[in-house]
Write a protein that binds this ligand. Sequence first.
Ligand SMILES: NC(=O)c1ccc[n+]([C@@H]2O[C@H](COP(=O)([O-])OP(=O)(O)OC[C@H]3O[C@@H](n4cnc5c(N)ncnc54)[C@H](OP(=O)(O)O)[C@@H]3O)[C@@H](O)[C@H]2O)c1
Length: 298
Amino acid sequence: MNRSPMLALNNGVPMPALGLGVFLSPAEQTARCVTAALRAGYRLVDTAAVYLNERAVGEGVRASGLARDDVFVTTKLWVTDFGYDKALAACEASIQRLGLDHIDLYLLHWPLAGAFDRTLDAWRAMERLLAEGRVRAIGVSNFMPEHLAQLCAASEVIPAVNQVELHPYFVQAETRAANERLGIVTQSWAPIGGVFGRKPEMQGSAPHPLEHPVIAGIAARLGKSPAQVIIRWHLDQGFSVIPKSVRTERIRANFDVLDFTLAAEDLAQIDALDTGQRAGPDPQTFAVDTYPADVYDQ
Ligand SMILES: NC(=O)c1ccc[n+]([C@@H]2O[C@H](COP(=O)([O-])OP(=O)(O)OC[C@H]3O[C@@H](n4cnc5c(N)ncnc54)[C@H](OP(=O)(O)O)[C@@H]3O)[C@@H](O)[C@H]2O)c1
């Protein structure tokens, strides 16, 4: 069976580069998706407290029959749990829901630019969770270079991962460069343009990235699907990538990208589709009430 390429995190922990995302995967379908992914060769699953499917992720991992150490599970601390004590308690609650003895990668889900002290308090709790072995690596999500600079100036541990919106229409050159300078792995969310499916108005007159003629052309020439070409574009640049699907065939196909690479000209053509515009929320203004969310009713 094919195996994902591996990335070394800055604390030496190995992380599979290619994983399954489960944002908006309904809880009642998620265990099946996770088991299908693990059978297809995936070894990384990306969830979050706020996705309300951590229990199902744990069920899917156990149903796969794989050893715990063979699976890498990421989950995220939601912004309503920022603060030191709340973060410690929220991590334990996630571990309980997952039914695992530890989390492999724990991320701050968003920076709270307007309440950065609370963001830093949450990060200090994550540092403690790391020291105590409750989590094997800690990182951030949706951090812009200025947020990384603020965090790193005020703390001991450099994040291992920064998971950000990254797809052919938003290539995040500055954030990638900042991550690289700090030895942080860039992990792409909405990697195949999922955010446009949720917000079609963001595309304006442009097609969905999976339907863009440049990507469709490369895919046709290589005998691959557009999704496979875009997933390869992430891997070929050294990113971690976590495409989501609830369909077993797509889950399998999205992993079936390990037998080819893109030529430099193909990578450059896809890079040129960048619009410089994010489609998801703006990390500068993200606040606790940006999304009404209650992660306590699980
Ligand atoms: N940190 C953050 O703030 C943040 C934000 C958003 C997402 N994420 C993480 O990143 C993961 C991926 O991002 P995402 O879910 O937003 O978007 P995505 O993976 O780019 O796209 C998912 C969408 O594409 C469809 N799809 C999947 N494979 C396909 C294929 N081969 N051909 C055509 N369509 C396909 C899926 O539909 P079906 O399910 O029907 O197949 C779904 O609608 C999430 O699941 C989550 O784990 C993190």
